[in-house]
Design a protein around this ligand. Structure first.
Ligand code: GDP
Length: 536
């Protein structure tokens, strides 16, 4: 590049053009709905379309999941989240991985702070499942547009209209199908594009998991070939038209309606349509609002949000890595950024892009991309880094914990290390730390979204802070935010305990279960008991 190409305006318009090409999203689903299979299918399909065939992170499953930590390998699960970059024609799709284990953690939620849209993946036989609901709550709170993919249509499942009804009734999201299946779940014949009316017949390829053959077919011939299944689909489509279930951009972008597509990731049915719709409908990175509500345009100088911290990836180095979503401007490796929280400089000589388990050095990145910064001990989840005009993005909210345990140092002689470790893990957002005068300083309560977070704490306390801990689980499974006036009343009740969150001082009341909570609410209607975000 010439010197003239590097003027701020030139850099800004380049960033804007690159941002427009990008779609940054996550898949929200319940374990086993088919997230890995779909991820793989999306990557393979995109690679087949993109002549360069540049799929980073490979198409195979090992490339998609991350397995940095020893513990992860031992358990064969993914605790951390990384990004998968998929080149699709002239677009760049950044798929941020939401750890897909039954036992998920706050990291899963935080990923949603870094995306512009989400695919809600449903198993056609199961519909909305608990983790999908929790993750959807976060999408709703953040007004993230959601595209719905009803998967496993090649297997027996529920009626399509019944599934739509469930979505509307249970989560108040208005479904607007973009295509409609011909043939019931388990006898999947093909898809009708509701906008164009075009029919695509799907042919199963022997052997299963290869790309399905898709045959465009005109209506007359389709009616002949598919018979009663065609008739039924036509009737249902008519009904959809009557109830006004048509795609509506405004309500989609506001997170109020959701385009729905049907398909099956495993035999690759309907994946092409999903990819197309995502590129066409999902929003590109746009101006992010800062703490004062001021939007920072994508063409402004570099800014990024730390949405995840990862420790211990390299056993030789105990340093932490920060995953940063680029919000504005062009990122060039080697830039010296400013850390908004401290005003200190942050050097990015060793920045990396993380695609699945692969790490590669990255030289430039644009809005919507994810970069990983090493030696990031000073950074915290929710922090902003910027170049040029100062900016600070709002913090990522903490989520409703459902698991609670008292931590104690095994060796009381190592209390100093114990305290330092707990404080560090709290600040990093590995768990939330709750304290109370009653329990005392030596016995803080750890609060987690998923119990796996406790294992991470235990592991790091022992290996990194050399202060092994013992955990005693508490018999509470939900938390509500309360206030100073309600706290003393609540504290006196059985099956409830009030603690304060170390980081922000918020008062939380822990309750045994939702039945106990109902009784408390009924008997004390004046007490403040506010739900926390997601799951609470
Ligand atoms: P994840 O836990 O959401 O990542 O789910 P996986 O992608 O691992 O899929 C769970 C199981 O469902 C695996 O056995 C997949 O082969 C299977 N599966 C995923 N998609 C489909 C599909 O479209 N049709 C069928 N029949 N099976 C599927």
């Amino acid at each position: 590049m010439t010197a003239a190409a590097e003027t701020p305006t030139r850099k800004g318009s380049e960033a804007a053009a690159e941002a427009a090409r990008r779609r940054t999203f996550a898949v929200i689903s319940h374990p086993d709905a088919g997230k890995s299979t779909l991820t793989e299918a999306l990557a393979l399909h995109a690679a087949a379309i993109t002549s360069a065939g540049a799929v980073h992170g490979k198409g195979d499953r090992r490339g998609v999941t991350s397995d940095w930590m020893e513990m992860e390998r031992a358990r064969g699960i993914s605790i951390t989240s990384a990004a998968l970059r998929i080149d699709y024609a002239d677009r760049v799709l950044n798929l941020l991985d939401t750890p897909g284990h039954a036992d998920f953690s706050e990291d899963t939620y935080r990923v949603l702070a870094a995306v512009d849209s989400a695919i809600m993946l449903l198993d056609s036989a199961k519909g909305l499942e608990p983790q999908t609901l929790k993750l959807f709550d976060v999408c709703r709170a953040r007004k993230i547009p959601v595209v719905t993919f009803v998967n496993k249509w090649d297997r027996p499942g529920r009626e399509p209209l019944e599934l739509l009804d469930e979505i509307e009734q249970r989560i108040g999201l208005r479904p607007t199908p973009l295509n409609w299946p011909v043939g019931i779940a388990g006898d999947f014949r093909g898809l009708i594009d509701r906008t164009t009316g075009r029919y695509t017949k799907l042919h199963r390829t022997p052997g299963g998991a290869t790309r399905a053959e898709e045959e465009p077919m005109d209506a007359e011939r389709a009616a002949e070939v598919e018979g009663a299944a065609w008739e039924q689909a036509q009737e249902e489509i008519e009904l959809l038209g009557e109830i006004g279930a048509d795609f509506d951009e405004e309500s989609f972008l506001a997170g109020e309606s959701s385009p729905v597509l049907f398909g099956a990731a495993l035999p690759n049915f309907g994946v092409a349509a999903l990819l197309e719709s995502l590129v066409r409908l999902a929003p590109a990175p746009s101006a992010q609002r800062d703490t004062s509500g001021e939007p920072r345009p994508v063409e402004a100088p570099f800014s990024g949000l730390v949405f995840k911290m990862q420790a211990n990836m390299d056993k030789q180095h105990r340093d932490r890595m920060a995953f940063v979503r680029v919000c504005s401007g062009r990122f060039d490796r080697g830039m010296v950024l400013t850390h908004a929280a401290t005003g200190r400089p942050f050097a990015t000589k060793y920045s990396q892009a993380v695609f699945g388990s692969e790490r590669q050095t990255i030289d430039t990145a644009y809005p919507g991309d994810v970069i990983a910064l090493v030696n990031a001990n000073a950074l915290r989840v929710g922090d902003t880094l910027f170049d040029g005009d100062p900016v600070e993005f709002p913090p990522i909210p903490s989520f409703a914990p459902e698991h609670f345990a008292v931590a104690r140092a095994v060796d009381s002689g190592r209390y100093k290390q114990f305290r330092r470790g707990i404080e560090q893990l709290d600040t990093e957002g590995v768990v939330q730390v709750l304290v109370s005068d009653v329990r005392g300083e030596q016995a803080p309560v750890l609060a987690a979204v998923g119990p796996l977070q406790f294992d991470v704490v235990r592991h790091r306390m022992e290996h990194e802070f050399r202060a092994p801990i013992e955990l005693s689980h508490l018999d509470y499974n939900l938390a509500r935010r309360t206030d100073a006036a309600s706290a003393p009343v609540l504290h006196g009740l059985s099956g409830a305990e009030v603690l304060s969150r170390r980081l922000d001082g918020d008062l939380l009341v822990l309750v045994h279960n939702k039945w106990r909570l109902r009784v408390i609410e009924r008997d004390h209607p004046d007490l403040v008991l506010e739900p926390l975000l997601a799951g609470g």
